[in-house]
Design a protein. Structure first.
Length: 431
């Protein structure tokens, strides 16, 4: 009797799942007419396990799942799985989907390079990785505890020097929190501090805190400053715990941030499925970029299974409206997160080069690292191009390089001459 009942339940679940998938596909076709179901070549598998951290820049993966876009492109069994931290993302990527880990993820752009070279893996064992797309530009924040409000610190971090020195003289430690050593948030806060004459290796202690735990840790005084993505800077302001000194778009307007990273062996084994995944994500990025969709997007991301936050904590900065929490409040700043405009989705090789150069600066990579060769091993902008062309995207980048980039403090990064950039920096790791 139990066997019959179990079989009946199993069949019923299969029917319900099939019906739900069909409904999603129908809805996705109506809402997203571009692209063909299952693309031109049938995916080798119907699913993949993709990790995400509760950050607004994971939106494309979440929207692709919610809107049936993975199913539309022949991948109805894609799972978008919440990760507790970037360390957990790394560990699950090392395991791989076949071993109860994950096949790919919404990931800090430098992480695939750090994993590919074994810099952050157990026993320094390299895990070949691939970057398939950029997920967003801009909209991370550097936030400061309320006790520093009177310093007036904004883009110029030097205004914190005297306050930091006073606190250290009292025998207290200055803690700067980021989300993963060598990751984007680590590099942004280091750049900001160093530009203000504060050495992140000597003048403060850098600590690792998972994004969703930043606000709670600031509330109990575990840190003085932090860098993280949204919605956590906005939530900090909404709760009156601290303020945002600057957004990272003020350091470098239009900077790259997260990537869609996959294990290289999965990509090599499943080329058609890789293209299908990319097509779904690219369509989702276009949807996410429309201002008409921001309210719905905030509601989706705020759901319990995704971020479990009030939609208002997501919405403001998503529109480019920034309440810094220190008396400044600006609207239509142009600093909102970009998912598609300005070629946000395309993984420029020159952008990856900057992240590696900064990790050379801070000692994560050796000074003699062949940056171009390393980027060529990991960055698969060619696969992005194939997927975009099949979707009918007409505005394609004409080069894999953005060329020279200029930062708020006047420093210039030339991807063809990273050593000149590194030589121009006065504060760096001891050689």
């Amino acid at each position: 009797m139990k066997t019959i009942l179990s079989g009946s339940i199993s069949r019923r679940r299969t029917i319900l799942k099939t019906t739900a998938t069909a409904a999603l596909v129908t809805a996705a076709r109506a809402a997203f007419p571009s692209g063909a179901f299952a693309a031109t070549s049938t995916p080798e598998v119907t699913g993949a396990k993709l990790g995400f951290i509760a950050l607004t820049d994971a939106a494309a993966l979440i929207v692709a799942s919610e809107k049936g876009l993975f199913a539309k492109h022949g991948m109805p069994d894609v799972e978008v799985l919440k990760q507790a931290s970037w360390g957990a993302t790394r560990d699950n990527m090392v395991l791989g989907g076949a071993a109860n880990g994950i096949d790919g993820a919404h990931i800090l752009t430098p992480m695939p390079y750090l994993m590919h070279t074994g810099k952050v893996t157990q026993n320094n064992v390299p895990v070949p990785m691939t970057i398939l797309a950029r997920l967003n530009l801009d909209s991370q924040g550097i936030s400061v505890a309320k006790e520093y409000a009177e310093t007036g610190v904004q883009l110029d971090a030097s205004k914190l020097q005297a306050a930091f020195e006073k606190k250290k003289a009292e025998g207290k430690e200055i803690k700067a929190a980021m989300t993963f050593p060598g990751g984007t948030h680590d590099l942004w806060i280091r750049y900001w501090l160093a530009a203000g004459g504060i050495n992140p290796d000597k003048d403060v202690s850098t600590i690792v805190v998972p994004p969703p735990q930043m606000v709670a840790n600031m509330k109990v005084g575990n840190m003085d400053v932090f860098c993280v993505g949204e919605p956590w800077n906005e939530q900090l302001v909404n709760q009156g715990i601290g303020f945002t000194a600057c957004t990272t778009g003020e350091l470098w307007k239009g900077h790259p941030e997260k990537a869609l990273g996959m294990r290289a062996d999965w990509v090599e084994k499943n080329p058609n499925a890789t293209k299908a995944l990319l097509m779904a994500v690219l369509e989702a990025q276009q949807w996410c970029d429309s201002m008409d969709n921001k309210e719905e997007m905030s509601t989706i991301l705020g759901k319990r299974q995704w971020f479990n936050v009030p939609p208002k904590d997501v919405l403001g900065r998503l529109k480019g409206n920034i309440n810094y929490g220190n008396g400044r409040s600006l609207e239509n700043t142009g600093l909102q997160m970009k998912f598609w405009q300005d070629h946000a989705s395309y993984p420029f090789k020159s952008h990856d080069s900057w992240f590696i150069a900064e990790n050379v600066r801070w000692g994560k990579f050796a000074p003699d690292t062949d940056i171009k060769a390393l980027v060529a091993q990991v960055n698969r902008e060619d696969l992005w191009m194939e997927a975009a062309k099949e979707l009918g995207v007409s505005d394609l980048p004409q080069s894999a390089s953005r060329g020279k980039e200029t930062f708020f403090d006047g420093k210039v990064f030339d991807p063809d001459n990273p050593s000149a950039y590194l030589d121009s920096l006065s504060i760096k790791a001891a050689s």
